[in-house]
Each structure stands twice: as C-alpha cells, then as structure tokens.
Design a protein around this ligand. Structure first.
Ligand code: ZN
Ligand code: ZN
Length: 396
C-alpha cells in the first residue's frame, strides 16, 4: 500500500514539474522570439517580423509547405528566410529554363562502316597521319586537315587519292585550291588504295558535282588543258609563260569558288585587249556581271600595287641603278663628267597609244612611217621641256 502511495506521489510530482516546465518554456518562448518555422531562438540582428506586406510570398510559402498560419507577433530567422529565397530562386530558374531550354542534340551515332576490302590500283598518299604533312612529309604539330574540295582537286588533276583526315602545312593551301608548288611536291605514294562502299559512293558523288559545275565553264585559266597557248595569246596578248609570271607576282586577290586569282587577272587582261563590255565578258566567261565588275576592280588594284609599280614609273628604279647599269660608256664619255650624272635621251615627237578597236580612229592614228598606232604631238619642244623638268626633279 505504501509502495502504491509512493508511486502516486512521485507521478503527481513529475506531472507538476513537467507542467511547470511547460509554463516556463512558453513564457520563455515569448521573450526569446522563436522562429516561426524552425522554432529556434532568433538573434535580434537577424530577426524579422513576417506579418508585413513584404513577406506575403514568404507567408504563402509557409502555409503551402508547412501549414503554418503566421500571427502578428511571429518572427523568422535568417536561415529559414534564406532557405525560402533559395528554393524560390531554384524554382524560377527551372521555369525560365523550361521555356528556353532545349535538350542538346544527341551525337549522331556513327554509321557503321563496312571494312575497306576493295583494293583499286589508284595511287594514294600515305596516311592519314597527325604528326606529319601529307604533302612535304615535314614532321611537326601545327597542321590543318586537308579540306574535301582540295582532296577532290588533287584526285582530278593528279589521279592521287588523299585519304580523309590527312593533314598538311597551312602554307600549301590557297583558298579552295592547293598551291602549284605543293601540287608538284606530292610524292612517296602507295600504288594501291583500299576503299569501302561508302568511300566509292562519296567519290562518285563528288566527281559528279564537279562535272556538273564545270559543264557551265567556258574559259578557264586554272586548268592547263582547257586553253591552248594560241588561245592565251589571242585572249590576253600574252604567252602562257608571261601570264604565269604576272600571276606569280600577285598575292592580293583571294581565290573564291566562282573565280580564282588567274581568272581575275585573265578577265582584266581580256578586257584591256579586246575592250569588250562587262556584259559581253559576263557571257564569255559565264560569270555574273557583278562578279566581272568586282574581278576587274580587284585585278586592277592588285596589279597597280604589286606588279606595275615594280616595272613602270620613276619609283621602280633608283638613281644609282640608272648610273651604274643603264648608262653606256659612249654616253659617259660624251656627256658625263666628274659628278657622274644621269644621262637620258628623250624623244617626245610621238606618243605610243594602244591600238583602238574603232576603225575610224585606227585609220587616223596609224602612222605609215612607223607602221604603228601613234599620236604625233603638235609641239615637240614643249613636251620635251616638260619631260626634262620632271626627270631632273627626280634624278638630281
Ligand atoms: Zn528558423
Ligand atoms: Zn607540308
């Protein structure tokens, strides 16, 4: 009986103690400002009353996620607020991403290639190698992959296969073409080439495309077989060798798909020789009239900059060179003295002019004595005087 009484007493006391603790914790809670969400005591600096308008969305968040209805006296800690901001930001990001986000295109699975079983008696460059140039065989690491248009071009011109993925020095490539010296450097070839079905199919397709493109070409200065030596002279007034020489000086014209550097210079020289209108040139060369205009403009600019200035005009030669290389001993004895002067003999009676295509002007300008189209000046002495003054100012 005593034991029961003792137990009852202890239980009652425990209950009272617990009730008292509860009371004290409640009274302490009001003073310690617990966070409405995590119930932890908030520090004065980070404590915010969340009943204001600024916290509307935070209150909604609390109600939606934790079923907490905020009272006027409730505060929140900075940790819970930051948690809310972060979740809010993450959700807004995913929403905006959904609008713009596009899944990355999956890498197309490589087509299964059939093994290279077909052996054809075609010469081929060894390779492909990453560490050496397939043309000059130099070893290094700054190489570029040979573009397919150049590989096709090498096949058509030299009947040599350059395997896909072969690399060469960037210096061998000029636009969409391989430079002439690089073309001659191709050596050390395999006598057989292995193909698979896809390789042969691609080769046929590419050759067909080139054949279709070339059927529209009429005059092509790029291929040696297209125009004969006589045609070169008839069109340009120059032999093939002289034309090659002029082209080798020019670097300022870009090779494009429609017209190469040689075509550009060829069009310009044809225009100079024949005096054809741009419209007529566009028909002859099968190039658009705008392209013809641009070709002529760029050829004229490039020739004036890189060719003419080296051979014509007073700038192309120095006074010293005239005295040392272009003065005869006779002239030195007759006119020279201790000062080593520049001796020039000038005859300004006639001025050579380009033969015109216009018949009446041709008749007027043709001089029977000289058998050439020249214009006779009315006042020889005047022209001579002007020339002498010009030259004296330059060479003295
Ligand atoms: Zn909190
Ligand atoms: Zn090379």
């Amino acid at each position: 009986m005593n034991v029961f009484f003792l137990e009852y007493f202890l239980l009652t006391v425990t209950c009272f103690v617990l009730m008292d603790q509860g009371k004290s914790s409640r009274s302490c809670g009001l003073r310690s400002f617990p966070c409405v969400l995590c119930q932890k005591r908030t520090k004065p600096g980070e404590r915010r009353y969340v009943c204001g308008d600024a916290y509307n969305s935070f209150r909604k968040y609390l109600f939606k996620n934790f079923m907490i209805k905020v009272k006027e006296t409730d505060v929140s800690c900075s940790r819970c607020r930051n948690k809310y901001y972060r979740s809010n930001q993450a959700s807004s990001n995913t929403v905006s991403d959904d609008v713009v986000y596009q899944p990355p295109a999956k890498k197309a699975k490589q087509d299964l290639c059939s093994p290279k079983h077909i052996s054809l008696p075609l010469q081929s460059v060894k390779g492909p190698s990453h560490s050496s140039c397939c043309i000059c065989k130099r070893r290094g690491h700054k190489f570029v992959v040979v573009p397919s248009c150049i590989r096709n071009n090498v096949f058509i011109e030299k009947n040599v296969i350059v395997p896909a993925g072969s690399r060469c020095c960037p210096g061998h490539i000029d636009g969409d073409l391989l430079k002439d010296d690089a073309m001659t450097q191709i050596s050390d070839l395999k006598s057989e080439c292995q193909f698979n079905r896809t390789d042969i199919f691609n080769l046929l397709q590419q050759v067909r495309t080139i054949a279709l493109k070339n059927q529209n070409k009429r005059i092509d200065f790029d291929s040696d077989s297209f125009i004969s030596d006589a045609d070169y002279y008839n069109l340009l007034g120059l032999s093939r060798g002289s034309f090659d020489d002029i082209c080798s000086h020019i670097t300022d014209i870009r090779n494009t798909k429609n017209r190469s550097l040689r075509t550009c210079i060829g069009i310009y020289l044809t225009k100079l020789r024949s005096g054809m209108s741009n419209r007529l040139l566009s028909t002859v060369f099968n190039i658009g009239i705008d392209s013809i205009k641009r070709s002529i403009w760029s050829a004229r600019k490039a020739l004036a900059k890189e060719f003419t200035s080296n051979y014509i005009g007073f700038e192309h030669i120095t006074r010293k060179a005239v005295v040392e290389k272009h003065t005869t001993d006779l002239a030195k004895t007759l006119f020279g003295g201790p000062t080593d002067p520049v001796i020039l003999i000038i005859d300004g009676t006639y001025i050579y002019i380009q033969k015109s295509t216009q018949f009446s002007f041709q008749r007027r300008s043709f001089q029977h004595a000289q058998k050439e189209a020249i214009s006779k000046t009315n006042d020889d002495s005047h022209i001579n005087r002007i020339l002498c003054q010009c030259i004296r100012s330059i060479f003295q």
